[in-house]
Design a protein around this ligand. Structure first.
Ligand code: 6PG
Length: 246
């Protein structure tokens, strides 16, 4: 089955980062023009890191309205903010330390706290930042096992019955680590969702997620389908290798 989910294939991972940076800059300027600020949720992972490094250099360093950017995270590993595995630390080193974003606009998930408490606190943060609006742009990666953000394969989480939180704690069995993640409820309410996926190692899972049968329990990335927003998958040629023609 060839899916209708919009995907854009770039020849190299560098071209993917450049395309993603252009989309980020455009989304930021559109959002600032329409409602005065740009709310973005960052992802962890090696492909997003390349985007952040690109954004920290010209022309984006001066063309993005950084003072109007509000930074959230799609997920965080439950480690302190200076830990090598921290998504906050990665984004800080690759981007935030190099651009003029006011410290008050950076809203990290407190990975050092108890996971359920950190998730609840981050939900309050999200509601305060959003004030009833939606996230302008959510950046996501795709794990080898079909996960995205920290939504891992497995039985549905029990709190789904519990009022559908925007933020949840999840135990990552393979990594033996708790994580805190936005849930599909809030991701799918965003104005735009951009997946960034690169490398040959992702080719099989990309094909399963985009063109295989719907199995969202095994492939949580299939849960991402913004209701009133735009979804785009940005892939490099290696990750798109096994896809059918669009
Ligand atoms: C994380 C992520 C996660 C990531 C994918 C892809 O914190 O690990 O947010 O969802 O985006 O695992 O990661 P790579 O781009 O490194 O393969």
């Amino acid at each position: 089955m060839v899916s209708t989910i919009p995907r854009v294939v770039l020849p190299t991972v560098q071209a993917l980062a450049e395309d993603a940076a252009q989309r980020f800059a455009r989304a930021a300027s559109d959002a600032v023009q329409s409602h005065g600020e740009f709310v973005v949720a960052l992802s962890g992972g090696v492909t997003p890191r390349r985007l952040y490094e690109r954004l920290a250099a010209p022309p984006y360093l001066s063309s993005v309205p950084w003072s109007r950017v509000q930074v959230l995270w799609g997920d965080e590993r439950c480690v302190p903010p200076d830990h090598a595995a921290s998504n906050y630390r990665m984004a800080r080193e690759a981007l935030l330390d190099h651009v003029p974003i006011p410290a008050a606009n950076v809203h990290r998930i407190r990975g050092e706290d108890e996971p359920v408490a950190a998730a609840k606190a981050y939900e309050r943060t999200l509601r305060t930042v959003l004030r009833g609006a939606r996230i302008d742009l959510v950046l996501l990666g795709l794990g080898d096992d079909g996960h995205t953000a920290s939504l891992f394969p497995g039985p549905p989480a029990s709190e789904v019955a519990d009022g559908e939180p925007w933020v949840a704690a999840r135990y990552h069995v393979a990594g033996a680590l708790w994580r805190v993640t936005l849930t599909p409820v809030v991701i799918n309410a965003a104005a735009e969702v951009l997946f960034l996926v690169s490398g040959e190692a992702k080719a099989t899972i990309v094909r399963r997620v985009l063109e295989g049968p719907q199995q969202p329990q095994e492939l949580p990335a299939q849960l991402i389908a913004p209701a009133g927003g735009r979804l785009v998958w940005l892939l490099d040629a290696a990750a798109a290798r096994d896809l059918g023609a669009c």
